[in-house]
Design a binder for this molecule. Structure first.
Ligand code: IVH
Length: 697
């Protein structure tokens, strides 16, 4: 019976047969899952298995009321309607710093040598590096316990990701059970991607079924991974390359190279183009070779990643706020194409900046269709003399917004005229002005300008900030137009207007309740996210972290920022002393607190929410956690860079200058006047050996 039905195409199935077929498919898929996942002994090929899943999914799509009939979607039981659960990473998932030239690469390698004392003192000691292609996909964390996959999480903001375990179980080249002998606890990290050919096929299918087509393989991979229904993910042939580890209880390997070998032995795919390099010229050779091969590879890569091979050195090098010091990405040059600039739109950002955006005749730039490009500001337009009607060269590098590189003057039509930036905001019609020291023209509408207000609110609820699910840009505009949201605090009062919202177009009781639940979930927020959410100019996610770490509580931060208005105060000094907060950023933060409307908005917002204090990541009885430390003179055992990094990784704050609030000063050889000043201030003075004893070494 089932064999007969199997021969009928989905579009010809009767409802009765569809029900039977769905049930059969459910049983078969479950059986193959068991064979593949649990017994590690698949009975059918990947493509036969995919066909079963695709058929099941197509039937469900055509007969949606039959979904209950034991279909695989129920078997997996993972239709998480409310979105994905959040998972905190045991070790942050970092990003990478980039270099674009050999010279910058040289500086990076020198920096590594300068950090590690033995390499600094002896230039003959080789610094082996592993060169890996940089896969243009999404990073993923896979946690295994006693060899079994326990959960899979996306990177998220690096600290908290989304639990995508059920979806990941549908990927064929991720082992659910590790082969051979793996550590009891091991978190494997790597990249999920879609091959170029699978991407083409997927888009073909999408357009045939009238669904959304994706701009590039990376977006398609992201869209496929973040499906609420794992059955949909199962129809997308996502793949995975493993390249790093996260949380472990024991050392995993002595070198990156050895670790990659272990990964292979446990059943992971490791990129076959990875090379072990002994020198900078080896790295460049590997880079050039892969750059030439790039177009022939069936997956997108956007550069190379070079990693210090020695894992002890990796650990000693550690990480700065967002990227490790032991790895660097060497990006490929941007891809370029020519097209015609049709018009110039003006966008108004959340801080009022007017950004001219070129509207282009659609053009394919390295596999991505580009329709607009940023023109940055009016100086840029003037410098390049960019005019509407011009033929322009566009460049696109990775995730960066495409840019206009140059104008092809010989192709310029006669009728063009130089472009003039508007002197009024296109949205609120208030003057748009430019101060002497700024390249940007800004709308002076402030709170009155709806473009600014909308952008600020959008930022406030965005992923790295309050992360309110279901409250995207469109809803913010509608709620604002209906007078439901004027300032951030109103978001937390939206439930009062449930009757209005339920009656808005496209809304109902259920969807409104879902939104209110998502908002409720965000009444508690960590300080770092809160600071970022405020959208202060220049204060991004990393700044949020730095400020939270330094000031710990919201109250404390707020008071300090108000006090810092006096640029001779200790508070000002403390703010600019933070590594990563420059004077110009400090000015923007202080400016934010100078505006009474910001203070008012903060007051009503903080009545609605609970801002969690910054919590130091747990460290084993660190004696120096929370202490303020100054180093002076030359240390014998480690370089200054390593000493500072070590202290910071144990929770101390390392400062360049002494003050009353300094807890310890560590005095090396040839220390200058600081040691004496410390004695005057009553700061505890430690020798290098006292210091090492304090660290427990
Ligand atoms: S290592 C701490 N290796 O690039 C080091 N990353 O731009 C973490 N990526 O977030 C990353 N290929 O998603 C590493 N061979 C590779 C990679 C790779 C691609 C991605 C990864 C990372 C991003 C940073």
């Amino acid at each position: 019976m089932s064999r007969n039905i199997r021969g009928i195409s989905v579009s010809d199935l009767t409802e009765v047969n569809a029900g039977l077929e769905l049930k059969n498919l459910g049983h078969e898929i479950a059986m193959h899952d068991e064979a593949y996942h649990r017994n590690d002994a698949p009975i059918i090929s990947d493509s036969e298995y995919d066909a079963l899943r695709r058929r099941s999914h197509e039937i469900e799509k055509r007969f949606s009321h039959l979904v209950n009939l034991g279909s695989p979607s129920k078997a997996v039981g993972a239709l998480v309607a409310a979105g994905f659960e959040k998972v905190a990473h045991n070790k942050p998932m970092l990003s990478l710093d980039n270099v674009f030239t050999e010279e910058q690469l040289g500086d990076f390698l020198k920096g590594v040598r300068r950090f590690l004392k033995e390499l600094k003192d002896d230039t003959d000691i080789p610094l082996d590096m592993v060169a890996e292609p940089k896969i243009d996909g999404l990073s993923l964390s896979l946690s295994y316990e006693k060899g079994r996959l326990v959960y899979a999480a996306t990177r998220g903001d690096g600290l908290v990701g989304e639990d995508v375990t059920e979806n990941i179980k549908t990927l064929k080249n991720i082992p659910l059970i590790l082969k051979g002998s793996a550590p009891d606890v091991i978190e494997v990290r790597g990249e999920v991607y879609l091959t170029k050919s699978d991407f083409q096929d997927l888009n073909q299918r999408q357009s045939e079924s009238g669904d959304k087509v994706f701009a590039n393989p990376r977006n398609a991979a992201a869209g496929s991974l973040r499906q609420l229904d794992p059955n949909v993910t199962a129809t997308r042939p996502l793949k995975f390359f493993a390249y790093a580890y996260g949380n472990t209880l024991e050392p995993v390997a002595e070198s990156q190279w050895e670790f990659l070998e272990f990964l292979k032995s446990w059943g992971f795919s490791v990129n076959p183009l990875t090379r072990l390099c002994q020198s900078q010229s080896d790295l460049i050779r590997a880079y050039n070779k892969i750059f030439e091969q790039r177009a022939t590879l069936d997956y997108d890569i956007d550069g190379m990643v070079y990693k210090v091979n020695n894992i002890t050195w990796q650990e000693r090098l550690g990480a700065a706020s967002r990227a490790p010091r032991w790895a660097i990405a060497h990006k490929f040059p941007a891809e370029r194409a020519q097209t015609i600039l049709k018009s110039i739109n003006i966008q108004v950002g959340r801080t009022g900046t007017l950004t001219p955006v070129a509207q282009l005749h659609p053009v394919n730039v390295g596999g991505v269709i580009v329709t607009n490009a940023t023109l940055h500001n009016e100086d840029e337009i003037e410098r390049k003399d960019i005019r509407i009607g011009d033929t322009v060269v566009i460049q696109r590098a990775g995730d960066v917004i495409p840019q206009v590189v140059e104008v092809l003057r010989t192709k310029r039509p006669k009728s063009t005229v130089p472009f003039k930036m508007p002197k009024i905001c296109p949205i609120c019609k208030r003057p748009a002005v430019r101060t002497q020291d700024e390249a940007a023209r800004r709308c002076t509408g402030g709170l009155v300008c709806s473009a600014q207000a909308i952008e600020r609110l959008k930022h406030f609820v965005s992923r790295g900030a309050f992360d309110i699910e279901g409250l995207g840009g469109k809803n913010i505009i509608v709620f604002r137009e209906n007078g439901l949201i004027k300032e951030p605090a109103d978001i937390f009062r939206l439930h009062i207007h449930s009757d209005v919202i339920e009656n808005l177009e496209g809304w109902g009781e259920k969807s409104a309740k879902k939104l209110f639940a998502a908002i409720e979930k965000r009444r508690r927020i960590p300080l770092a996210r809160f600071i970022f959410a405020l959208g202060i100019r220049q204060a991004g996610q990393a700044t949020g972290q730095l400020l939270a770490k330094r000031y710990v509580s919201y109250q404390n931060w707020r008071e300090a920022m108000i006090a810092a208005n006096d640029c001779k105060s200790d508070a000002y000094f403390e703010l600019t002393d933070i590594d990563g907060v420059g004077h110009s950023m400090a000015e923007d933060i202080i400016e934010f607190f100078k505006q009474s409307y910001n203070i008012k908005a903060l007051e009503s917002l903080t009545q609605q929410i609970n801002i969690e204090k910054y919590v130091e990541p747990i460290r084993q009885n660190s004696q120096i956690s929370g202490k303020s430390i100054v180093f002076t003179g030359t240390l014998a055992s480690v370089t200054r860079g390593e000493a500072k990094a070590r202290a910071e990784s144990m929770g101390a704050r390392v400062s360049g200058s002494l003050s009353k609030s300094t807890d310890f000063i560590i005095v090396g050889v040839d220390a200058g006047g600081k040691a004496k000043k410390a004695a005057d201030l009553g700061v505890s003075i430690l020798s290098e050996s006292d210091w090492l004893r304090l660290l427990g070494e």
